[in-house]
Each structure stands twice: as structure tokens, then as C-alpha cells.
Design a protein around this ligand. Structure first.
Ligand code: TEU
Length: 599
């Protein structure tokens, strides 16, 4: 063989090898490109690296991000117009709440056509343009899969309710009236808390765990599952990079609908999350769809516990990649089903214990998530920090430091990078959220304490996290030229992106800095987590360790100075980052101080 020929052959081999090693070999086994600004030795010694483990996810509530056409509702073109801003944050993945056709009983969580775009949000062409714009910038897109239920305006349900003999009858859960009243099922959003709704046409009840306009799909019917998989393939073939799966833990049901077994009385969420076939369906979904694409999946996991979460996300299970739990976010409730809260009714020691316990679950297998805010939660700084003027910025940065230094994929909610706060409506008419509106009706009917409910809503009402993004100090915060669908927080005159852009020490620029810092330090992603000084009532202290590197993170969760007692010698430690101009080097922390040290 001539020299030229052999060179050519080698080149072909190398090329073929590269092509093959870049191809997907299915979820759970693929090795796609991961960020590696780290030294190659460190990077090479980490087993099982995955892009979604190293990603920072930025969640956008599309209704409230940016309105491009003046109808007061955020839309896809609005998002596209802000892609450079999104890119500037340094995040890797955008998770969008549902953008599919919907009558908006629950802001898109009631889908009437899974393969069409909601009119308020634009068209499929707008979607395609947005996706191209994201991918061009290296941003991945995760959509919301809402398949436990559809809208009652979905064609399947129109058919299903039209007659008992309709071929779609079995797409939903029906209980014929001659069988008597069905056993009680509790609804999250119904004004009578009743998950069975009587339908005159066929003289039967249908099941709806959420609102009356969100009938539960019957996953026990294989045709339903095939429809869902087909729809998922449609979006994956369009190029999306994953799904966040709405209440996916609730999909399997005992269709005999017995009385709630004794052990679940008072905890119906747990019952809903323990349907017998749930893992069978998720494994089937993985086989049929997920394993065929290089994508990420995350379960919304109400009812998951540290004991059972690995059944969903353990690699050997071939189900999902990640799940998010409610154990910490639900601290402080006096009555969760009525959303009654005591804002100070949670213990900081418990908070630290919960996060430590969840970290331990994933020490060997699986992978965790972390979040302090989303579209179902109030603003992070109001709930977990302190939004008084003196502490708002500091505590926002401190909480951001927490989220970005734990060993789980952070899900960061849009607006938290500005330190946006709860709006605290006084009047029920200001709320748009079906959950708040219908709980108000329920409590009124039951003769409960409405004042207490309204006070609780100021703390935990979902609309607090849904007010429009604060771009600038103009009327409506630069969100829309029309009338916003939900009031803009009046504090946008001070808290807004434009003002923070030019301020080097803003919450926004701190977020950018720490996102970059996390991505440059694999120890923050993969390093072992150890809780220190666990009985400290003010400070969250932990180390992260990887291949000889050791970082110490100290977070003061109070408005008073606080001491730490980690037992570590930090005299020679190097200060890497902090939220004060002069970070403390001696373990004595200023109010809401966050500091990262290298030992
Ligand atoms: O949320 C499900 C939901 O209501 C959770 O809050 C959970 O069941 C409860 O907190 C358990 O403690 C999802 C979406 O995120 C939400 O926006 C939708 O309204 C809901 O599903 C219905 O689709």
C-alpha cells in the first residue's frame, strides 16, 4: 500500500470512529459532549458524566416572560427576542411550561391539542424559529409533558363523553351512575375538592385529580399510552431536548376505584403516587421513545420519597433521568391541601437534614435535582430568604449560591436572577390562578377562615411566582405594551433587568458569575457532599470534594451575624467567591453571607 493510501485509510478509520462515538446509543448509555473547562485529569476520572448532570436549567413561564404583540400575554416570539439575554446567563437548558393548544383553565396544564401551539403563544412557525435560535446559541429546550390528564376540550374527551359506546370512551376514567356514587377521590383544584364530576350526557362520573376541565387520561388503556408516545416522538423528531413530566407519578390507577385504603387516609397524594403499574408504563415509555434520543427527562415527583425515588431514576431501571421532590418545599404548611402556611413554621435544622438526606440517596446511583422556586411556588427570596430592602439582594445571592453549589442539577426559576419578590395581593379578584380561586370558594363554602387563607396566599399563592418578568422601569416593566394578564409587581421600578445589567454587584451579575463558576469547577457538580456543623441554627455549612479538591461552602440563612464551627482549619483557605465585597475569611458570617472557600 502506498503511503498516501495508508494515510487515507487511517483518516477514514479515525473519521468513522468519531462519527460512531458521537452517535446516540440510547438514554442511560450515551456519552454526549459535556462541558470540560477543567483539567483533563480531573475530568477523565469522573465516571458516568452526562450533559444533563452538568447543566443549569432555567425555567421560563412563557405567559409572563415577554409579550411581542401587545395582547398582555407573553409569547414565543417574545422569548425569541430575548434569547441573547437568556444566553448571557450562561445556562444550558430552558424548560418551558406548557405551550400547547389549551383553553387555559390552568394556564396550559389543560391541553386540547398536544401537537399544536397555544394561540396566545403564537404558531408552529414561531416555535420552530425559537428552537433554531436556541440551538444556534447552544441552549437546549425541554418542554412540559402533561399526560396525566388532558383538557376536557381535547377531541378525545369530546368523543369519550358523547356516548358510552364511543371508541374513545376508554381514554378516560368513567364511573356509571347505576353503580352508585364512586368512592371519594380528592381533587386539588375543584371548588368542592371532589375529583368526580357527573356528566349528564352519559349519566356517568369522570375522574379529574385537578380541575373539572382536566379529566385524567386512562393509562391502563394501551391505546392512550401509544398516543402519548406518538406525540412525544413528534416533538423529539422536531429536535427538542427533553421533557419535564407533569405529575407523572400519578398516571397509574386502580380502576376498580376502591375506598382509599386505610394507610393513605389523610395522605391522598401518596396514594395517587403509588399506582401499581407506574414503573411498567415508564419502562415502556423508555423503550418505545426515550431510549431512542439523546435527551433528558425529569419527573415532577409529588409523593416520591428517599426510599422509592431510585425506582424512577436509578440507571438500571431504564425509566427517567431525574425527579424533583416536595419534601423541603412543603415545609411550614399547617394544611397543605388548603395551602395554609405558617411562614416561620419550619425548622432550619430540618431543612438541612432533608437536603442532606436527598443527597445521600444519589451517592452511588441516580442523580438529583434542586430548586427553591417554580411556577407552583412563591418567589424564592420571599419564602426562603428575606425580601426586606436591606436583605433582598444579599439573601437572593445567598440562596443562589446554595442552589449552584449542591450536587444536583439546579432548576432555576426565571426572575429569581433579579431577586423578584412576591406581589402579595390583598384582593381575591387580583388572582388568576384556579388553585387560589377555587380554594377560596371551598373555604368560603366550608365556613373556614378566609382572612387566614388570604394571608397564606400572600406567602405561598402560585401567582406570586407568575407575575410578569421585570425587564425595565417603564410602565408594565417592559413586559407588554398592552394590559398584562396578571398585575406587574410595582417594585419593577427598582427591581429590573436593565438596572441590574449595568451594576456589577447586582443579583443578576452574581447569578452569571456563579453559573460560570459552577461549570468551571466540576467539584461543585460531581464532588462528594458532607454536611458540617449540623446543629448550627443559622448557618448551612458543607464541603464538596473531588479528586483531592475540597471546597467549603458557608451560608448564613439569617439576618444576624453568625458563627460557624466546622472543625476545619480554614486559616489558609482561599476565598473563591462570596456575596459581600469583602467575604469573611474566619468563618464568622455577616447577615445572609455566602462564601465559598478552597481548602
Ligand atoms: O402540579 C401538580 C401539583 O399540584 C403539585 O403541586 C403537587 O401535586 C402537590 O403540590 C403535592 O403536594 C403540576 C403543575 O406543576 C401545576 O402547575 C399544574 O397546575 C398541575 O400539575 C396540574 O397539571
Amino acid at each position: 500500500m502506498t503511503n498516501r493510501k495508508s494515510k487515507l485509510l487511517i483518516a477514514i478509520f479515525v473519521l468513522a470512529f468519531l462519527v460512531l462515538s458521537c452517535q446516540n446509543s440510547g438514554s442511560g448509555t450515551n456519552q454526549t459532549q459535556v462541558n470540560s473547562n477543567q483539567s483533563p485529569t480531573v475530568a477523565n476520572e469522573i465516571p458516568d458524566r452526562k450533559w444533563w448532570k452538568e447543566a443549569v436549567v432555567y425555567q421560563i413561564y412563557p405567559r409572563s416572560f415577554k409579550d411581542s404583540d401587545g395582547d398582555g400575554i407573553g409569547d414565543l416570539r417574545g422569548i425569541t427576542s430575548k434569547l441573547d439575554y437568556i444566553k448571557s446567563l450562561g445556562i444550558d437548558v430552558v424548560w418551558l411550561n406548557p405551550i400547547f393548544a389549551s383553553p387555559n383553565d390552568d394556564n396550559g396544564y389543560d391541553i386540547s391539542d398536544y401537537e399544536a401551539i397555544m394561540k396566545d403563544f403564537g404558531t408552529m412557525a414561531d416555535f420552530d424559529e425559537m428552537l433554531v435560535g436556541m440551538h444556534k446559541r447552544g441552549i437546549k429546550l425541554v418542554l412540559d409533558l402533561v399526560a396525566n390528564h388532558s383538557s376536557d376540550e381535547h377531541e378525545w374527551f369530546n368523543q369519550s363523553r358523547s356516548s358510552r359506546g364511543n371508541p374513545y370512551r376508554n381514554y378516560y376514567h368513567w364511573w356509571d351512575e347505576e353503580k352508585g356514587k364512586p368512592a371519594k377521590r380528592w381533587s386539588f383544584f375543584d371548588e368542592n375538592a371532589d375529583a368526580w364530576k357527573y356528566d349528564e350526557t352519559t349519566k356517568s362520573y369522570y375522574l379529574h385529580y385537578f380541575s373539572q376541565k382536566q379529566p385524567d387520561l386512562n393509562w391502563e388503556n394501551p391505546q392512550v399510552r401509544e398516543e402519548v408516545y406518538k406525540m412525544m416522538r413528534f416533538w423529539f423528531d422536531k429536535g427538542i431536548d427533553g421533557f419535564r413530566m407533569d405529575v407523572i407519578t400519578f398516571i397509574s390507577k386502580d380502576t376498580r376505584f376502591p375506598e382509599l385504603p386505610e394507610k393513605y387516609r389523610g395522605n391522598f397524594v401518596q396514594y395517587y403516587a403509588e399506582g401499581e403499574q407506574r414503573h411498567e408504563y415508564l419502562q415502556e415509555m423508555n423503550r418505545e421513545v426515550l431510549s431512542r434520543y439523546d435527551i433528558m427527562t425529569v419527573a415532577e415527583g409529588p409523593g416520591t420519597t428517599t426510599e422509592n425515588v431510585l425506582e424512577y431514576v436509578g440507571e438500571d431501571r431504564r425509566e427517567l433521568n431525574m425527579s424533583y421532590h416536595f419534601e423541603a418545599i412543603d415545609l411550614g404548611y399547617k394544611d397543605l391541601s388548603k395551602k395554609l402556611i405558617d411562614p416561620n413554621g419550619w425548622s432550619f435544622l430540618e431543612f438541612k437534614k432533608i437536603y442532606s438526606k436527598w443527597d445521600a440517596v444519589f451517592a452511588e446511583k441516580g442523580w438529583g435535582t434542586i430548586y427553591l422556586g417554580n411556577h407552583d411556588q412563591p418567589r424564592m427570596v420571599t419564602r426562603w430568604g428575606n425580601d426586606a430592602p436591606a436583605f433582598r439582594e444579599l439573601s437572593s445571592k445567598m440562596l443562589t449560591t446554595f442552589l449552584l453549589t449542591m450536587r444536583s442539577t439546579p432548576y432555576y426559576y426565571f426572575g429569581d436572577e433579579l431577586g423578584m419578590t412576591n406581589i402579595r395581593f390583598d384582593n381575591i379578584d387580583d388572582y388568576r390562578d384556579i388553585m387560589t380561586i377555587n380554594l377560596h370558594k371551598l373555604i368560603a363554602t366550608e365556613g373556614g377562615d378566609l382572612d387566614e387563607f388570604m394571608e397564606s396566599q400572600k406567602v405561598v399563592g402560585r401567582d406570586n411566582g407568575r407575575t410578569p418578568f421585570q425587564w425595565d422601569n417603564s410602565p408594565n416593566a417592559g413586559f407588554t405594551t398592552g394590559k398584562p394578564w396578571l398585575k406587574v409587581n410595582p417594585n419593577h421600578t427598582e427591581i429590573n433587568a436593565e438596572a441590574q445589567e449595568s451594576d456589577e454587584n447586582s443579583v443578576l451579575n452574581y447569578f452569571r458569575k456563579i453559573v460560570k463558576f459552577r461549570k468551571e469547577n466540576l467539584v461543585l457538580i460531581y464532588g462528594k457532599y458532607t454536611l458540617l456543623d449540623q446543629d448550627n441554627e443559622s448557618v448551612y455549612a458543607y464541603t464538596r470534594e473531588l479528586n483531592g479538591e475540597k471546597f467549603l461552602i458557608l451560608l448564613n440563612f439569617t439576618e444576624k451575624e453568625a458563627d460557624t464551627n466546622t472543625g476545619l482549619d480554614i486559616r489558609n483557605a482561599k476565598i473563591l467567591l462570596g456575596n459581600y465585597e469583602k467575604p469573611s475569611a474566619d468563618g464568622k458570617l455577616k447577615p445572609y453571607e455566602a462564601v465559598i472557600l478552597e481548602l
